[in-house]
Write a protein that binds this ligand. Structure first.
Ligand code: ADP
Length: 399
């Protein structure tokens, strides 16, 4: 049974067609620069690759191109759209409406729309993608899989901000957390990989990518996570500031004569390791520059690693212990020196890194701590698309 997984951003659309029986990715790709000049589809099916620049005035036209690519006689993988049994959509924000994945109907679509205020860059794009798929394939069931759902187990003392309670009552201002599909997948896989009983385990998952978040997973449930009402809270990221004193906003507004929207834009897009290094949000660039003696690149890497280590430390306290730390996503799976810098901070616990295994582990599963380390540290590549496909299948199989 083939499930199409769609992740719609405001100007891009990523997709994967997954055979849920074998878990194989039959085809994957991205439509980039939707609405913008130079729109391009990049499509992959096994070893075959196709790239085509073609106008994409909206998400519907992008999805049509995806279907055309999947059906193409040369680089397609299906003969008819009937071979797609269901579509699973990544949805960033489910607010307090959704604690698990759901079959999409008008009511669900309305509630995703209600959450648009909380994720103005993401939810409207997801809605466009869902509506386009409904128009083009009205008979195929569609499922929404929420980034926030895995975090619905976070207790109130952890998700409530110390702000006037009316803001929570009136506007649902609270921590929601993101990357839930990744933290869920990686924590489960970590337990399996290490032979731990997930129902009696304390695992800290570090999803370190362009956007990064840390999650405390106790007995298989998220009990705290570093991102908040929006993905801006938490550790320093590629371009996001992570935690700051909120008074910075007023201070800089006055100094630089900027309004709140302008400052938020800087906190989201021009801060993090890009802001500190003045160079790049990409850890590959920062490593190269650091090796060439660039002090700000070195500092940015140090700030990032220190912040991650601090969150790991605080989540050990939140769970009253720790069995394992797992790294995933672009930086977590590949940036061996960053992992080393983070683990160095945990030496006081008797955490010992196997340096050789660490430097040789790039994008694969491995235990990177030594056998006598008090806490296991591992790399577990994430697979959010597979979680979305599996949840979608579980929901539609009985229909
Ligand atoms: P996204 O949050 O966009 O899904 P990813 O999880 O793909 O991001 O992570 C992308 C980031 O991973 C890049 O910006 C880069 O900093 C980092 N990265 C990817 N490959 C490597 C590598 N080989 N070494 C160091 N960092 C890497």
């Amino acid at each position: 049974m083939n499930i199409l997984v769609i992740n719609c951003g405001s100007s891009s659309l990523k997709y994967q067609l997954i055979d849920i029986n074998t878990k194989n990715v039959l085809s994957s790709g991205i439509c980039d620069r939707i609405y913008i000049d130079g729109s391009v589809i990049k499509h992959k099916a096994g070893s075959k690759k196709m790239q085509k620049e073609t106008p994409m005035p909206d998400h519907k036209s992008a999805i049509k191109l995806v279907f055309d690519a999947l059906l193409d006689s040369e680089y397609g993988v299906i003969k008819s759209l009937d071979e797609i049994k269901a579509i699973g959509h990544r949805v960033v924000h489910g607010g307090e409406h959704f604690f698990k994945s759901v079959l999409i109907n008008d009511d669900v679509l309305g509630k995703i729309r209600d959450c648009s205020d909380l994720a103005p860059l993401h939810n409207p794009a997801h809605i466009m993608g869902i509506e386009a798929c409904r128009d083009l394939l009205p008979k195929i069931p569609q499922v929404a899989v929420f980034d926030t759902a895995f975090h619905s187990s976070i207790p109130k003392k952890a998700y409530l901000y110390a702000l006037p309670y009316e803001w929570y009552e009136k506007y649902k201002v609270r921590k929601y957390g993101f990357h839930g599909t990744s933290h869920s997948f990686v924590s489960k896989r970590t337990a399996e990989f290490l032979g731990l009983d997930i129902n009696n385990s304390k695992i800290i998952t570090c999803h370190l990518g362009n956007g990064s978040s840390i999650c405390a997973v106790k007995d298989g449930k998220s009990i705290d996570t570093s991102m908040g009402l929006t993905p801006l809270e938490g550790i320093a990221m590629g371009t996001r500031s992570g935690d700051i004193d909120p008074a910075v906003i007023q201070y800089i507004a006055k100094k630089e004569n900027l309004n709140i929207d302008e400052i938020l834009n800087i906190l989201n897009k021009k801060s993090g390791v890009l802001g500190i290094s003045k160079l790049s949000s990409d850890f590959r660039d920062l490593l190269k520059a650091d090796e060439e003696g660039n002090e700000l690149a070195k500092l940015a890497r140090g700030v990032f690693a220190y912040r991650v280590a601090k969150y790991i430390g605080s989540y050990m306290a939140a769970m009253n212990g720790i069995d394992a730390v797992a790294f995933c996503a672009g930086v977590g799976e590949n940036a061996v020196y960053i992992r080393g810098m983070i683990v160095e901070h945990l030496g006081f616990l008797g955490v010992k890194l196997d340096k050789e295994v660490n430097v040789n582990t790039v994008g694969t599963e491995a235990i990177i701590s030594t056998p006598d380390s008090n806490v296991k540290v591992c790399v577990i590549p994430t697979n959010e698309e597979l979680v979305i496909a599996q949840d979608t299948y579980d929901i539609v199989k009985g229909l």
